[in-house]
Design a protein around this ligand. Structure first.
Ligand code: GDP
Length: 321
């Protein structure tokens, strides 16, 4: 254990090895993010110069819609184009799964021997702010490790998934015919975050209805001139059909993002989420816990005794920081 700890603490070496594309070093750095490790400031400082070098693509959609199949095919297409690819599979609803998610992802194994692909599932064991904060940090590590594209696949369908996917430069929302997904998508707020809709399982009946539904919903949304109109693409991921169209839609969105200046806007939003989460974590640590002797416990005692109101106590607490 002490030897392991010593190795982890040697951040410059770890970064150097990750930059050289060593998967184990990348894995260890991402584990530091998951754990909210004390070495993270040093890691972040070393990786700052590489910020923004990767294209970040989020994928979200209901379980079973074909996210992992599509991700696998996207990896294949991107590799064929000579690009280095990172895949982060994040599952905010079950924080303790760790590497288990990928255990099921047998299809991904075709890429395991490829040094140009890095695949990792992620949980947030110790990270304050959860995966919404941890994901941008993990993206930085993959960028630092030389990935040209990072695919962030969220596993569930809740609000957290929507938030994480929307941190990407380009967000893909997958739906399938006949699953009522289009309606579900609206409920989960997914319509607002989609840059590209992928109607997967287009080999199934009902594709045209789903296509019409989505186009109908898009027509209702107000969009100013020069605003992005989400693309709708059909695919049969399991047969590798339509994947080139998905890649083309991602590229088209990317070009629009760059030309319109929205890429910078979105990346600043991503950075803001990250900075805010780190700042809140630091504040919380400085305020102290309810243990005796901390400013918080002293003030809490006075509030509980009716000597001070909680707002005044909060102001006083902030002054002590
Ligand atoms: P995820 O839960 O969203 O990651 O979905 P998966 O990628 O695991 O796919 C769920 C199931 O749908 C698997 O059995 C796939 O083989 C199947 N599947 C994926 N894409 C297609 C497709 O385009 N057509 C059909 N018919 N099945 C597909």
């Amino acid at each position: 254990m002490p030897r392991e700890a010593a190795r982890v603490r040697d951040i410059p070496t770890l970064i150097e090895r990750a930059r050289a594309g060593e998967a184990r070093a990348v894995a260890r750095l991402i584990s530091l993010v998951e754990d909210g490790a004390p070495e993270l400031p040093e890691v972040a400082a070393a990786l700052a110069p590489y910020a923004g070098s990767a294209q970040v693509v989020g994928l979200t959609g209901a379980p079973g819609v074909g996210k992992s199949t599509t991700t696998n095919e996207l990896v294949r297409a991107l590799r064929a184009a000579g690009r280095r690819v990172g895949v982060l599979a994040v599952d905010p609803s079950s924080p303790f799964t760790g590497g288990a998610i990928l255990g099921d992802r047998i299809r991904m194994q075709e890429h395991t021997g490829d040094p140009g692909v890095y695949i990792r599932s992620m949980s947030s064991r110790g990270q304050l702010g959860g995966l919404a904060a941890a994901t941008p940090q993990a993206v930085r590590i993959l960028e630092g490790a030389g990935c040209d594209v990072v695919l962030v696949e969220t596993v569930g369908v809740g609000q957290a998934e929507v938030e994480i996917a929307s941190l990407a430069d380009t967000t893909l929302v997958l739906v399938a015919p006949g699953m009522g997904d289009a309606i579900q998508a609206v409920k989960a707020g997914i319509l607002e975050i989609a840059d590209v809709f992928v109607i997967n399982k287009a080999d199934r009946p009902g594709v045209d209805n789903t296509y019409r539904d989505i186009q109908g919903m898009l027509a209702l949304g107000e969009r100013g001139p020069g605003e992005w109109r989400p693309q709708v693409v059909r695919a049969v991921a399991v047969r590798n059909e339509g994947i080139d169209d998905v890649v083309a839609a991602i590229e088209k969105h990317r070009a629009w993002m760059t030309d319109s200046g929205q890429l910078t806007v979105r990346r600043e939003k991503r950075a803001a989420v990250e900075v805010e989460a780190i700042a809140l974590g630091t504040l919380r640590a400085r305020m102290g816990s309810l243990r005796e002797g901390t400013p918080l416990s002293a003030l809490a005692g006075r509030v509980a005794a009716g000597e001070l109101d909680p707002y005044a106590a909060a102001e006083e607490l902030l002054k002590t920081l």
